[in-house]
Design a protein around this ligand. Sequence first.
Ligand SMILES: [Zn+2]
Length: 82
Amino acid sequence: MTCNNQLVYLDESTLTDIKRLLRPNLRSLQPAVNFDGRMMYPICPNCDAYALGMDMETGFPFVTASGESKTIHDAPYRRRKG
Ligand SMILES: [Zn+2]
């Protein structure tokens, strides 16, 4: 299942933290790609908002396709729960 959201990119240590802390069912995680010289894991910020820390005080850091550092609590990702 896919949606039309633009993917964002997680580094490996962040992905490890997510798995350890939340044990989420990652629905949109893709195999790592070379992103600006780093191996990064594409993930959909809509399908996997929970895994990115939507319910946490501080979201996990990710990088947008245009190279900006953001979290799920930043625009345009933030949304109302439910
Ligand atoms: Zn999605």
